[in-house]
Unconditional design. Structure first.
Length: 65
């Protein structure tokens, strides 16, 4: 399966939306932003949303920021 991940980094929260391109299903996740290093918040969210969807980050074909 192929997935697309959209990430919106905000001042308070980082929002993630994972879209399954094959069946149209999606997962949402909100995690606290990390202003000192936004990559920490993104990686925290990535782990959580992949766990929800029962996939690995390698299953994500497109990353949209």
């Amino acid at each position: 399966m192929t997935y697309r991940l959209g990430v919106d980094v905000g001042g308070t929260f980082t929002d993630l939306l994972l879209f399954n391109q094959e069946d149209g299903s999606f997962f949402r996740h909100k995690t606290p932003s990390t202003p000192h290093d936004s990559s920490e918040g993104i990686l925290n969210g990535l782990g959580a949303i992949c766990e929800k969807a029962q996939i690995t980050p390698a299953d994500i074909e497109f990353f949209l920021h």
